[in-house]
Design a protein around this ligand. Structure first.
Ligand SMILES: Cc1cc2nc3c(=O)[nH]c(=O)nc-3n(C[C@H](O)[C@H](O)[C@H](O)COP(=O)(O)OP(=O)(O)OC[C@H]3O[C@@H](n4cnc5c(N)ncnc54)[C@H](O)[C@@H]3O)c2cc1C
Length: 433
């Protein structure tokens, strides 16, 4: 058996049907297109956002299946079919196919998730309905948090607060700032060149002017990127996850109408706000953990297939005890990753995307992200080792998966910084019965 269903919900049908459907798309489209994009020359990669790019073929397939709709509640016109379990299945399978393309699809969802929050209805006609109806990948979202001079500090508000960062500190002087002009906000400044899908995005869920010192923690707004004053950077050349091109955004007197403000400073306030930054990070942490599981499973399966074929000393290398043990450990790690990340995805889904209570356990969500990122890197590393010399060549998928896994240790917050943030929560809030 290649995929053990550890509970009956899988066997009940719908979830397993979804898994098989997404797996087929991952195998037939994401994996070959992900490899094609990975091998593009620098010149070709600069054209990755062009209309004829294979990137769009994948996004069109995913949208034509309505996966972007299925995660949005029915109440706001979405399909609402997915449970947390199905969301996990979707992300694991897509990342099994290609970790970069899976992330590009993941960030596409972020502005739509925000725009569909129950207290936000100003974007229904201008953004949300066209997004939900889109089957041609005409709409692509991205998420703008980090800045050239503000990386880790924008994803670790709690641990910085405990270090006594004051409003005179550099965080208060973020590079992207929104100033109110009547009802409208005027946006100026820059977001980092790390924005996933930044070069091809049509919309950005943008955090501006964050100040975790207890003053204004900032504003979260939807920015349409095809308007005057917005400059989208070219895709950066990079080590891995090339299926998810990254680039900066620069804003020069860009107008944000009041209906595009999703979370006001009051709503985002760490003490009094309805949605704190750490609850937003719970959603992305859960998704990242599921995606890392898919990456690790792909690397494990590549290593297993290779070890069954490759013979040394008169027998397949999988029959040598040390290799057999390595394969078992990869299997054990992937199964543990799935069990933990699935539990966290279901928990966060229920607290933050179903009941909208925004009280998910941050320590568990961050731990899932950190554990799964590290585990994916270790699994990919061992999978390369099992391939011997072949493992470092472009001919074998594990070489690419290893680079993809390396990138994950930094994406959405470095493992060190996310661990510090989780540690803060554990020390402060873990209840000993
Ligand atoms: C693949 C990928 C995708 C990404 N996608 C997005 C995206 O879609 N949107 C977006 O906004 N950003 C995105 N990012 C940016 C990402 O969140 C940042 O790269 C990350 O948070 C680290 O910031 P930095 O690169 O500026 O590094 P820095 O913050 O400069 O950190 C450098 C080093 O210092 C350490 N460090 C920093 N501060 C501390 C501290 N207080 N205590 C201890 N150690 C510290 C870090 O761990 C790191 O090792 C992405 C990055 C990658 C690699």
């Amino acid at each position: 058996m290649s995929y053990l269903n550890l509970d009956t919900e899988y066997e009940s049908g719908d979830v397993e049907r979804l898994r098989k459907e997404v797996h087929e798309i991952a195998r037939e489209e994401l994996r070959p297109v992900g490899r094609e994009i990975d091998r593009m020359s620098d010149d070709e990669y600069q054209r990755i956002a062009a209309d004829d790019s294979p990137y769009w073929d994948v996004m069109r397939t995913l949208k034509s299946h309505g996966y972007h709709r299925a995660i949005i509640p029915e109440a706001v016109g979405g399909g609402g079919q997915f449970s947390g379990r199905e969301f996990h299945v979707l992300l694991e399978e897509l990342a099994w196919g290609d970790p970069g393309l899976a992330m590009a699809f993941g960030v596409d969802l972020i502005p739509a998730i925000f725009a569909s929050l129950p207290f936000q209805n100003g974007l229904d006609e201008t953004y949300l309905q066209p997004y939900l109806e889109d089957e041609d990948a005409a709409v692509q979202g991205c998420w703008g948090v980090t800045e050239p001079d503000h990386g880790s500090e924008l994803v670790m508000p709690n641990s910085l607060l405990s270090e006594g960062v004051t409003d005179g500190g550099s965080i208060a002087r973020t590079q992207a700032r929104a100033e109110q002009d009547g009802d409208t906000w005027i946006l100026n400044g820059e977001k980092a060149r790390w924005l996933s899908a930044g070069p091809m995005a049509t919309h950005c869920a943008l955090h501006v002017n964050m100040d975790p010192d207890g003053g204004s923690p900032g504003l979260l707004c939807l920015v349409e990127l095809d308007q005057p004053g917005v400059e989208q950077g070219d895709p950066i050349g990079k080590l891995g996850q090339r299926g998810c091109p990254q680039g900066n955004l620069v804003f020069d007197d860009v107008e944000i109408p009041p209906e595009n403000v999703i979370l006001t400073p009051e709503m985002l306030h760490p003490d009094t706000g309805y949605v704190s930054m750490d609850q937003i990070l719970c959603i992305t942490s859960a998704g990242m953990a599921a995606a890392c599981t898919g990456l690790a499973r792909a690397a494990f399966e590549e290593a297993l297939a290779y070890a069954r074929e490759r013979a040394q000393g008169g027998k397949p290398i999988c029959e040598h005890q040390s290799v057999k043990l390595q394969l078992y450990e990869l299997f054990e790690t992937v199964e543990t990753m799935r069990t933990y990340s699935r539990a966290v995805v279901e928990h966060v889904w229920e607290r933050n995307l179903e009941t909208f209570e925004f009280d998910a356990s941050s320590q568990h969500a961050l731990a899932a992200q950190v554990y799964c990122k590290r585990a994916a890197f270790e699994v990919a590393n061992t999978a390369v080792q099992i391939h011997g010399g072949n493992g470092i060549t472009h001919d074998y998928l594990v070489e690419k998966l290893f680079r993809d896994a390396r990138v994950k240790l930094i994406e959405d917050g470095t493992t060190e910084v996310l661990s510090l943030e989780a540690a803060e929560d554990v020390v402060e809030n873990y209840e000993i019965e």
